[in-house]
Write a protein that binds this ligand. Structure first.
Ligand code: GH3
Ligand code: MG
Ligand code: MG
Ligand code: MG
Length: 326
C-alpha cells in the first residue's frame, strides 16, 4: 500500500468533504492517507493495514468516534494505534475525558486550524517512526545476540575439542600443560603437595613391529582406558603426553598416595593381558611409571616436577620396566 518509509494514516469521517479537507491539509507531510466514511469501513481497513495514526471524527451517524475507539481497544491488532479525535464539542469537558478514556492521544477542535493539525500529526507520526525504528533495532539486536550465543557455544566446543587427544579421547598435552599450571598455583595456595606420574609403554616399538601400527593404536587406547579407570578423585586428570606416554596429575596428593595410584595403574595394565610377544619383561603389555611429588615453593617450578617424574620413569626402565620408581 505505502512505500517503505511512508506511514499509513487513516482518516475517518462520514462526510466526504471533511475527509477531502483533512487530506488537503496533510498533503505535504509525505503520508499515505486512507479515507473511511464509516466506522465499519474504518475497522475493516484497520484489520487489513498497519496504521501509524487514526484521525477520528467524533460525531458520525452510524457509529460515533468513541464507539469506534472502544472497539479498537478490544482488538489486538488495533488497540495500540494512536487516535486523534476531531470534534466540535470543545465546550463540554466530559467529552474530552471520554476521549482520553477510550485511548485518544490528542484532540483537535473544529473548525480545523491547518497548522495545528499538521504539527500534531507530525509529532505523532514522528513518534511512531521512532517506535518502528526502535522495534527494528531491537529485532536486529536480538538476532545479533542469538548469533553471538551460537558463536560462544561453538567456541566452547572448539576449545574443548582442542584439548582432546584424537586417538584415545582423553585429554592431550595442551590440556595437561595448561592445567598443571593451575594445579601448581592451587598447591602453592593450599600448601598441599602436588603429584605427577609419567607412564610409558614398555617395548612399544617391538609391539608395533610384531602386530602392526593399527594394533599399536588399539593398544594405546586400551592403556589409556586402564589409566583413566585407575584414578579415582574428580580432581585427578590423565593426559596423553606423547606417542605411547601418558601423565597423571594428582592434586593434593602426597608421595605415598601417588605411589599407590601408580602401582594400581601398573597392575591394571598388566591384568588386561594384551599379548606382547616382543617384550622380554612380560608376555603381556606393561608400563613403566615414574612418580614425583613436590610442595611448590618459589624456587621450584612445574618443569622440576615433570623432570623429576621423567627421571623416575627412566629409572623404572633401567631397573627392568613394568615397575614404579620415585
Ligand atoms: P621402552 O620400553 O624403552 O619405552 O621402549 P619403546 O620401544 O616403547 O620406546 P620408544 O620410545 O623407543 O618407542 C616408542 C614407540 O612408540 C615408537 C613409535 O613407533 C611408537 N608410537 C608412538 N606413537 C604412536 C602411535 O600413535 N601409534 C602407534 N601405533 N605407535 C606409536
Ligand atoms: Mg461528523
Ligand atoms: Mg616412549
Ligand atoms: Mg616405550
Amino acid at each position: 500500500m505505502s512505500s517503505q518509509h511512508e506511514m499509513d494514516v487513516l482518516i475517518v469521517d462520514d462526510k466526504l468533504e471533511n475527509l477531502l479537507a483533512l487530506e488537503g491539509v496533510l498533503e505535504d507531510l509525505e503520508l499515505n492517507i486512507i479515507k473511511a466514511t464509516s466506522g465499519n469501513m474504518a475497522l475493516g481497513l484497520m484489520l487489513e493495514y498497519d496504521f501509524a495514526l487514526v484521525l477520528l471524527d467524533v460525531q458520525m451517524h452510524e457509529m460515533n468516534g468513541f464507539a469506534i475507539a472502544e472497539l479498537m481497544r478490544k482488538c489486538e491488532k488495533t488497540k495500540n494505534i494512536p487516535i486523534i479525535f476531531i470534534t466540535t464539542i470543545n465546550k463540554e469537558q466530559k467529552f474530552i475525558f471520554k476521549g482520553c478514556e477510550v485511548g485518544a492521544v490528542d484532540c483537535i477542535f473544529k473548525p480545523i486550524e491547518p497548522l495545528v493539525l499538521k504539527s500534531k500529526v507530525k509529532v505523532f507520526i514522528e513518534l511512531q517512526r521512532q517506535k518502528k525504528l526502535l522495534k527494528e533495532q531491537a529485532r536486529l539486536l536480538e538476532e545479533k545476540i542469538d548469533e553471538l550465543l551460537e558463536l560462544k557455544e561453538l567456541n566452547c566446543r572448539l576449545k574443548h575439542i582442542s584439548t582432546i587427544d584424537v586417538l584415545t579421547g582423553i585429554s592431550n598435552r595442551r590440556f595437561f600443560e595448561r592445567n598443571i599450571q593451575i594445579e601448581w598455583q592451587r598447591s602453592i595456595r593450599t600448601g598441599i603437595p602436588l603429584s605427577l606420574i609419567m607412564i610409558d609403554i614398555d617395548h612399544f616399538k617391538a609391539f608395533n613391529d610384531c602386530y602392526g601400527h593399527q594394533e599399536g593404536d588399539r593398544c594405546i587406547r586400551q592403556v589409556a582406558e586402564a589409566i583413566v579407570s585407575s584414578t579415582q578423585r574428580p580432581a585427578d586428570f590423565v593426559a596423553r603426553y606423547g606417542g605411547e606416554e601418558f601423565v597423571v596429575v594428582l592434586p593434593e596428593t602426597q608421595r605415598q598416595g601417588a605411589l599407590v595410584v601408580a602401582e594400581r595403574i601398573r597392575k591394571k595394565v598388566e591384568s588386561m593381558a594384551v599379548k606382547h610377544k616382543g617384550s622380554c619383561v612380560s608376555p603381556y603389555v606393561t608400563v613403566s611409571l615414574g612418580v614425583s611429588t613436590l610442595l611448590p615453593e618459589k624456587y621450584y617450578s612445574v618443569e622440576e616436577l615433570i623432570n623429576s617424574a621423567d627421571k623416575a620413569l627412566f629409572q623404572a626402565k633401567f631397573y627392568g620396566r613394568n615397575r614404579v620408581e620415585k
